[in-house]
Structures are given as structure tokens and as C-alpha cells.
Design a protein around this ligand. Sequence first.
Ligand code: URA
Length: 256
Amino acid sequence: MSGDPKSSPEAAELAAEAMRHLWWLRDAGVRELSPEGPRRPVPPAAPAAAAAAVPTSAYSLADKGCGSEPLLAIRTSLGECQRCKLHSGRTKLVFGVGDPSAQLLFVGEGPGADEDLQGEPFVGRAGQLLTKMIEAMGFARSEVHIANVVKCRPPGNRDPEPDEIEACEPFLKAQIAAIRPRVIVALGRFAVQTLLRDTTPISRQRGRWREYEGVKLMPTFHPAYLLRNPPEKKAAWEDLQLVMKEFGKLPPGRGA
Ligand code: URA
């Protein structure tokens, strides 16, 4: 535990809640906010005082998965996380990657060895397959967003444990609230079970539209499973075609 109240899951949830509230106000046409009503003129601050008032962060908008203020706030609140035992074995925390306001979000399980080294989700063999799947759907990898249930690599690529998922889940939820995708593709058992709280086997959940907090969610097989079971790629492609249809995209070879 870091002991820093600013970096707790509750703080991440609060930050996401505040952002949802601000978006709602912006969408409702509110252009100015003040706790005291109309703004009074503020005397210009002395340069040193102004610099001291700017919060500094170890992270920036240029960091992977942090490309918007809300995502950067979540990454900052995650910090050099020690909330679960996975922190002790990680090389890099893997936050996310991609367009910060992507319409399509892929959620995987957790980083493997390559991701742990590079600090980016889905860059190993399963990642290369995921990239091919994304491109076959008519998207560039940079156009979508990719995140995981747990942000640190489980040792030896074992399954993430319930306490690890519980510690990390508020940050995934906050990421989803910040990105506000139109569709989530949940890759494999852990993503589906975590987001939907449904322990039905993935083989029976895949290919059927579900909903997560008002966002359409498509469960499908994890690319690592597809590497081990290539015949299942056909079923996964059927699931992804349902997602393409949602975006008005036709499968390759069918025009457009
Ligand atoms: N598998 C996942 O679930 N996520 C990654 O980032 C890589 C492999």
C-alpha cells in the first residue's frame, strides 16, 4: 500500500466521477463554473507563485495510454502502484495504449513478458494477432484503445488472482469512463468476468451483445487462446464482424 490517499482506488473513482459530471455540464451547455457565482477578476500571480501552483506529475500526455487529461489523471493516481503483490515482479506498469477518445476499446487480461518490458499492452505474439484482427476490422491500431484488467504482469503468465483484479479494477473502470468508447470488445474470460460479473464460460458468452455501464460490449476469445486453438479464429471473426456492423464496416472482400 502506498498510504497516499490521493492514489487510492476511491480517488480514481472520484476523479472519473468528477470527469463524468463535467462532461455532462459541458454537453448541457455550461461554459463557466465558479463556486461563488460570477467570476471576480483575479490579480495576476507573481511568476514564482504561479509556477508553484502548477501541479507537477511524473507522467505526461505523451505517455502510453495517457493521451487526455482524464487518462493522465488516472495514470497519476495509479502512480508507482504497490496495491497488490504483482508490483514486486514488474519491469513496467502497462497502463494502456491508443486513441484517448477511441470509439472502440479492447480489454485484455494482463501484460505478458513482452508487454512488461515495453510498457505497452499486446505487443507480443498474442498482440501481433490482435493487431491483425483490428486491421482486418478496418481500423488502425492507433485508432482504437487497448487496456487490460491488471496492469502488471502475473509471474510466469499465470492467471491474475482475485485480490489482484480487485485492486486494479477501479482503474480499468475509470479508464473506460474517461475514454467513453462506443463499443468494448472483452478479450477472454478475465475481461468478460471482470466487466460483466458473469462466470458463464466464454464459449457460451461470445458473439452475444452485452452492456457495460451503457456501453455495448462484445465478449470474444482472447488472442492467446486463438494462437493455441486456431480453428476458433472463425468464431472470433464472426464476433468481430458483429462489431464491424455496429460501425457500418463491411468485412474485407465485400465492397467498402
Ligand atoms: N495478453 C493480455 O491479455 N494482455 C496483454 O497486454 C498481452 C497479452
